[in-house]
Design a protein around this ligand. Structure first.
Ligand code: UD1
Ligand code: CA
Length: 449
């Protein structure tokens, strides 16, 4: 059955004490709201609607980068979760099927859990995701009779007896879309918070003779982020899980606790990742590649047999072919490094194509930016770039061409040529010693005077 997602992301998150909207705070280098979107995407939703409010423009921008087809609707005033879902009504009016409501600040919901909720819809009109809370705190409580869910009571409105219930509401709800919006339109705000509670739809459904059920998940899965302390704890839990998953899939982590992953990091079997490596978003490391200590990678692809680091930085668009080498204090950006090519020491290579087996000497720099525009550098197969060559882009170095150390290369070098772009050396016999002798004598005479 077709399913659509409504992701609630309008709240201010005032307890974060931050100008950044709460749902844009990152875990695993990925905004919270994007975690929710990715969990939901596994269901192949017919439509994704994100409800924004506080910091709406900033949230909308991130949402649309993640999924250009997602619809963003604005909730001008945050009058409660039911009111928030109601904002998505028009955006879904032409579609049938189920709707799953997710929260933008609850990043760890697993796709498998959402699929289970969808299945449970075969037996219930409304399905709520619940969990047994170690400390139920201010969560909404699920009031059940056997397997049937009777209603959800918010903490603020709960009696002492209801507060003793430990089965809590995660916030995730699944129902037929038309029915969901009908139920919501009946919800009022006569409660302790004066808000339109989405949770009220359960009692409404039961009153109409519809059935409601609970799918259960672990508490960690429904962990919501409200404070910076919670964000830090969630990040730690996320990293632990990524490390465990990497080990389970055969990645050779030498010191797992020192490696930091992004939500979408992909590392192949038997890749080696040494100590203190940081993965930003968008990194793929193939099987058998080797990432040495203290390297930082984002938006990069590292092929089989390539070696990176120690102390290397791969920025977005770095694409390293098999058996290539990027060594210490080297930065690579938006560059294809050919098979077996080497950039081993102290270099910056940006907006470039480097041919197979080319060797870039220590201190090679692609001067790619003229202050306004970026320009490309092309280096041919088997080229040899002498140490401390400045390649002033746009420029092309031919296949098997050489540049002399210390050259500033401003025009193209044909295949097989040697280019020297530096002042010719002058040598004055004996002058070095004569100069030093004169200076020492001067110092000695000053000391006496
Ligand atoms: C909600 C649930 C509670 C549940 C808890 C789980 C209701 C009434 N209560 O409470 O049962 O245990 O989540 O974390 O639903 N939002 C909007 N617009 C609004 C209000 C909220 O977009 O007008 C968004 C928030 O940005 C957030 C989510 O909805 O992502 C949840 O809102 P929040 O105010 O945190 O709800 P809780 O009080 O935690
Ligand atoms: Ca909350």
């Amino acid at each position: 059955m077709a399913v659509s997602l409504v992701i609630l992301a309008a709240g201010q998150g005032s307890r974060m004490l931050s100008d950044l909207p709460k749902v844009l705070h990152p875990i695993g280098a990925t905004p919270l709201v994007v975690h929710a979107m990715r969990a939901g995407r596994a269901l192949d939703p017919a439509r994704v609607v994100v409800v924004v409010g506080h910091g709406g423009d900033a949230v909308a921008k991130i949402v649309q980068v993640e999924d250009p087809e997602a619809l963003v609707v604005t909730q001008e005033e945050q009058l409660g979760t039911a009111h928030a879902v109601a904002q998505a009504r028009a955006a879904l009016a032409d579609l049938g099927g189920d709707v799953i409501v997710l929260y933008g600040d609850t990043p760890f919901i697993r796709p498998e859990t959402l699929a289970e909720m969808q299945l449970a819809r075969a037996t219930h009109d409304v399905v709520v995701l619940g969990f047994e809370a170690a400390d139920p705190g201010r969560y909404g409580r699920l009031v059940v009779q056997g397997e049937r869910l009777e209603r959800i009571v918010e903490f603020k409105d709960a009696s002492a007896e209801e507060r003793a219930i430990t089965l809590c509401n995660s916030g995730v709800i699944c129902a037929d879309g038309k029915r969901l919006f009908e139920l919501i339109s009946d919800v009022g705000n006569d409660n302790a918070a004066g808000e339109y509670y989405l949770t009220d739809i359960v009692a409404r459904a039961r009153a109409q003779g519809l059935s409601a059920g609970v799918v259960r998940c672990t508490e960690t899965e429904t962990l919501g982020i409200n404070t910076r302390a919670e964000l830090v704890r969630a990040e730690a839990a996320f990293q632990d899980r990524m490390r465990a998953e990497a080990l389970e899939t055969g990645v050779a982590l030498i010191a797992p606790d020192t490696v930091h992953f992004a939500q979408d990091t992909v590392i192949g079997r038997e890749a080696v990742v040494e100590q203190f490596v940081v993965f930003g978003p968008g990194v793929t490391v193939e099987s058998g590649a080797h990432i040495r200590a203290f390297s930082h990678l984002e938006g990069a692809h590292v092929s089989r047999g390539a070696v990176v680091g120690p102390y290397a930085r791969l920025r977005p668009g770095a694409d390293l072919a098999e058996e290539s080498r990027v060594g210490n204090f080297v930065e690579i950006k938006n560059t294809e490094l050919g098979e077996g090519a080497k950039v081993n020491h102290l270099s910056y290579v940006g907006d470039a194509t480097v041919g197979a087996r080319a060797n870039l000497g220590a201190g090679t720099v692609t001067c790619n930016y003229d202050g306004v525009f970026k320009h490309r550098t092309e280096i041919g197969e088997g080229a040899f770039i002498g140490s401390s060559t400045m390649l002033v882009a746009p420029v092309r170095i031919g296949d098997a061409a050489l540049t002399g150390s210390g050259s500033v290369i401003t025009s193209d070098v044909p295949d097989g040529a040697l280019a020297l772009g530096r002042a010719r050396q002058e040598t004055k016999p004996g002058l070095g010693k004569r100069l030093m002798d004169r200076l020492r004598a001067l110092k000695a005479s000053q000391g006496k005077g």
